[in-house]
Design a protein. Sequence first.
Length: 105
Amino acid sequence: MSTIGRIYYTSQNSGEKYYLWLLLTVVKGLTSFQSLRIVNNVVYKTFKLECAAMGLLEDDKEWIYYFDEFVAMHTGYQLRMLFCIILAECNPIDPQQLWNRLVLG
């Protein structure tokens, strides 16, 4: 029997490495890298999207709500700065959707 005894934690700021870590610590019974890549017969482009599909991540609803409230009272510059902060610090699931929401306001 071959098992992994220890996987060191990696921070959420590590990008795809974090999402791989999350999958390896949550998904049971993996037999190969290929079995890790498939969820409900779908192969996702990134580990982050795979984690989102499995429900391991929170969604971006809080950021969408925040933008909807923020857009009425702030300048374009302030909105772009907020978007940059969210990208850098909060690691949203779908940054493109947030950007589209911000631009279309």
